[in-house]
Design a protein around this ligand. Structure first.
Ligand SMILES: Nc1nc2c(c(=O)[nH]1)N[C@H]1C(S)=C(S)[C@@H](COP(=O)(O)OP(=O)(O)OC[C@H]3O[C@@H](n4cnc5c(=O)[nH]c(N)nc54)[C@H](O)[C@@H]3O)O[C@H]1N2
Ligand SMILES: Nc1nc2c(c(=O)[nH]1)N[C@H]1C(S)=C(S)[C@@H](COP(=O)(O)OP(=O)(O)OC[C@H]3O[C@@H](n4cnc5c(=O)[nH]c(N)nc54)[C@H](O)[C@@H]3O)O[C@H]1N2
Ligand SMILES: [Mo]
Length: 771
């Protein structure tokens, strides 16, 4: 492995080269290129990459490097079938890397785990459905089953899934969003009455200033770079707050604009870049509001105002108490917590002040902390002070992760469903769904660890690798009587089976979905609440792979009976029937099937954007919070003599969550390795270490569990002193299950206290990578 600083810009030649390399490595080259051409087009499939939206420009060819990787990874011609599982035991497979497991190709036959041989063996679809039904129907209580969803599932699959599980009798819907934007949904629900962003993609063309908090679009939402650099070119200020110096946020060359590519030019994506400490954003925003309040007080003396007083008066509640709290917060605390100087915060505040239309965006750097909900409430307060909701070119923009994570929640994947939704289910389907709240990811894992939950079903995803405390989570899932994985590719969760375990292979976004009623399409919702259709191109007929909907219908029929509470088979035969049921149950989907014909899809609407506040008070709610004393619930330095660092875990450029495409992280200058830890050069010196030395990393937490990972290579990087960074899923073993966000239960993946110890042993080499 080696690392050297990356000198190019994000996107550009490097991106095209990487995309084509990926295309050529695959054994499906021609098919993949024609797939790419159809991604995000009107009659193509929705890119399984991220949830960024598209301006529906018909016929325009759009893709990004990482979307290309996602498509290519899914559309591989490699297969994992019975010979593979006969050859390798589960114990052996569990020792392999995440990269190795997924690289083997697409699952293409239902498999059942045999604990006596420790091998997966073929099973027929019908036997698999009967087996699931018998385990479910033997439970003492439906709440002993967990129905996990990952955000690639389509609206149609997710709706059928929740209908089945609710009819079965539970609201246990642990979901990937519990580890992702849960803090956003909670904070926005409480403050503006809807847990979604308030802007549309056009608003970026009208904004004067865009503030980006805790996100790395160059890697995770590459199409957003184009939006940002267009805004920049037009003169908008683009201000980034990031714990690391991220190349993709600094400069961008658009691979689809040949002129920039040829001249090797690059457009800056940001005009201003600030590097707060991990978890310091709430203090940053508090500081900005303090500066702005000062300006406001000055203006009032002149008989003017800086805040939007009419908006505050008519639309909000609670502003006075909040401003008192802002005044009471001393600069010393703000500076110490944020890691920025008063000057830097003032600079940011003044950019905000000079703009008229401001967008605030955020992602995991904001949502995966103990005080994430409070931080997002602080962002909302700032925007409400200036009337920045419901106005063109302005608003709140949480940038979602999985391509349909927002849609899944819309159609009912929700462990705390709103009463109106439950009432509609009762009205439409004639049964009373369970009324008590179910399990989120945190509760589900605890219940499985205790042995209370006994059946785990996963609609996609890879919970063992995505959740914190990897070893404990693996043990918890292994305690189940039955685990079922509806999946495209082999992963860590499949090789940690329950007593019995099934792998049920399904189609992905890129595949043709042929049913009795003809070729089917599915729908997804992007970050901007746009719903559009997606239909795949790859022909998988002839293999024993079924669609997600067909699999769920198979399970539902076997468990509940063919007609209970609907004619299940008719839903699998023609997904229009599912969309008719969604239309009947959920507001916003009127004429669902007809409206899918409109190019670019249709907008679900957003009540807050219309200044319709669905909160208890009927107004936008200003929430007053104190700044947290520490990013953790205790002072870790009091528990050890070694210097304590706060660790964030993040994505490399060569991965999609737990899916590892490769071992490079181009923009951060890493090649050929993932077991690296990024440190400030001064901290390296302070520890008496040198770049490329190897360290073991150990968590400081309040229990006796040892959480340690070994042999991570030290990499000097632009990161505040006292903060370090490593990749997930490797570093997930360090995050205690109990370390979670207030209100949201989201794992604190961006703040874990650790100490570094010079490595005791030489690294083991697995699949060419140190482990
Ligand atoms: N190619 C690709 N695309 C993806 C994904 C993928 O894995 N690969 N994952 C998808 C999913 S599910 C999601 S949720 C999104 C994730 O998209 P991101 O949120 O961009 O993902 P992370 O890699 O976790 O990056 C977090 C960023 O926040 C910064 N950061 C961390 N902590 C803090 C903090 O306390 N304050 C500030 N200001 N910054 C901080 C980090 O330095 C990093 O740049 O991307 C989606 N798109
Ligand atoms: N430490 C740390 N942990 C994190 C995070 C972090 O930043 N740091 N991020 C968190 C976030 S934001 C998220 S969203 C979660 C992600 O958690 P998950 O959504 O559970 O994980 P993924 O890695 O996206 O799931 C990958 C698997 O999904 C399956 N799959 C892929 N496509 C399809 C499909 O079309 N249908 C079906 N049925 N299956 C499919 C494949 O088998 C693949 O192995 O991880 C979280 N975990
Ligand atoms: Mo996510």
């Amino acid at each position: 492995m080696s690392y050297k600083e990356y000198s190019g810009s994000a996107g550009g030649w490097g991106a095209l080269k990487a995309t084509t390399q990926h295309l050529f490595k695959s054994q499906n080259v021609a098919k993949n290129i024609s797939n790419l051409l159809r991604t995000n087009q009107d009659h193509g499939f929705d890119c399984p990459g991220c949830a960024w939206g598209e301006k529906g420009v018909p016929g325009r060819f759009r893709f990004c490097e990482n979307g290309a990787k996602a498509v290519n990874w899914e559309a591989t011609s490699r297969r994992v079938g019975r010979e593979f599982f006969a050859q390798y035991s589960v114990e052996w497979l569990n020792k392999q890397t995440d990269y190795f497991l997924e690289y083997q190709g697409r699952l293409n036959e239902p498999m059942s785990y045999n604990p006596e041989t420790d091998h997966y063996e073929p099973i027929s679809w019908e036997d698999a459905y009967e087996m699931i039904a018998s385990y479910l129907n033997l439970l003492d209580d439906p709440n002993q089953a967990e129905f996990y969803t990952s955000g690639r599932a389509s609206n149609e699959a997710a709706f059928v899934y929740q209908l089945f599980a609710r009819r079965f009798g539970t609201n246990n819907f642990p979901d990937c969003s519990n580890m992702c934007h849960e803090s956003t949904s909670h904070a926005l629900g409480k403050t503006i009455g809807i847990g979604k962003g308030t802007i549309s993609i056009d608003d970026f063309e009208k904004a004067d200033a865009i503030f980006l908090f805790g996100q790395n679009p160059g890697t995770n939402h590459p199409r957003m770079l184009e939006t940002l650099s267009a805004a920049f070119r037009r003169g908008a200020r683009v201000v980034a707050f990031n714990n690391l110096k991220e190349r993709g946020l600094e400069r961008f060359t658009n691979p689809q604009h040949s002129f920039e590519m040829l001249s090797n030019g690059s457009t800056p994506t940001t005009s201003d870049y600030f590097m707060p400490k991990l978890g310091g954003d709430m203090a940053v925003i508090r500081g900005m509001v303090k500066v702005l309040l000062g300006h406001h007080q000055e203006a009032v003396k002149r008989g003017e105002s800086v805040f939007d007083l009419v908006f505050i008066e008519q639309q909000t509640q609670g502003m006075a108490a909040y401003l008192e709290q802002v005044e009471a917060t001393p600069w010393s605390t703000i500076i110490q917590q944020s890691g920025l100087t008063q000057d830097e915060i003032t600079q940011a505040a003044e950019i905000y002040l000079r703009a008229e239309r401001r967008i605030v965006t955020w992602a995991m750097g904001i949502t995966q902390h103990k005080h994430s909900v409070a931080t997002i409430e602080e962002l909302v307060n700032l925007q409400l002070l200036f009337g920045q909701v419901g106005k063109p070119g302005a608003g709140l923009c949480p940038v979602r992760g999985h391509s349909n994570v927002q849609g899944d929640r819309t159609v009912g994947i929700n462990e705390k469903p709103p009463q109106a939704f439950l009432d509609n289910i009762e009205k439409v389907f004639g049964f009373r769904p369970p009324q008590t709240h179910g399990h989120n990811v945190h509760n589900a894992l605890q219940a499985m660890a205790r042995g209370d939950s006994k059946v785990f079903i996963g609609l996609g995803g890879n919970l063992v690798a995505a959740a914190p405390d990897t070893d404990r989570v693996a043990q918890a899932i292994r305690r189940c009587d039955l685990t079922v994985h509806i999946a495209t590719k082999l992963n860590r969760s499949h090789v940690n089976p329950g007593q019995a375990s099934l792998i049920l292979p399904c189609f992905g976004r890129t595949d043709i979905d042929m049913q009795a009623g003809g070729e089917q399409r599915v729908t997804v919702e992007d970050s901007f609440s746009m719903v559009h259709a997606s239909s795949g191109r790859v022909d998988m007929s002839g293999e024993s792979i079924h669609s997600e909907v067909a699999i769920l219908v198979g399970i539902a029929k076997a468990t509940l009976g063919a007609q209970n509470p609907v004619d299940w088979q008719s839903l699998a035969d023609n997904y229009d029937h599912i969309r008719d049921l969604i239309e009947k149950t959920i507001p916003g989907f009127e004429n669902f099937n007809q409206r899918l014909e409109v190019p670019g899809g249709f907008y679900l609407g957003n009540s807050a954007r219309e200044l319709n506040w669905k909160t208890a008070s009927g107004k936008a709610q200003i929430v007053t919070n104190e700044l947290p004393e520490h990013v953790l619930p205790f002072d870790p330095q009091s528990m050890t003599d070694k210097p304590v660092f706060i660790l964030q875990t993040m994505r490399s450029h060569d991965q999609y969550n737990t899916t590892v495409y490769g071992y490079d992280d181009r923009y951060r200058g890493i090649r050929g390795e993932r077991n690296v830890i990024f440190l400030n050069p001064k901290d390296i010196q302070l520890l008496g270490l040198n770049p490329e030395d190897r360290v073991d990393i150990e968590t400081i937490w309040t229990d006796d569990v040892e959480r340690k990972i070994y042999n991570f290579k030290v990499v000097p990087y632009q990161i505040p002193q006292g903060n370090v960074a490593a990749y997930f899923p490797e570093a997930n073993a360090l995050i205690p299950l109990e370390s979670k966000g207030d209100w949201s239960d989201t794992p604190t993946s961006k703040a874990v206290a650790v100490v570094l110890i010079p490595a005791q042993n030489e690294p083991l080499l697995i699949n060419g990578s140190a482990s």
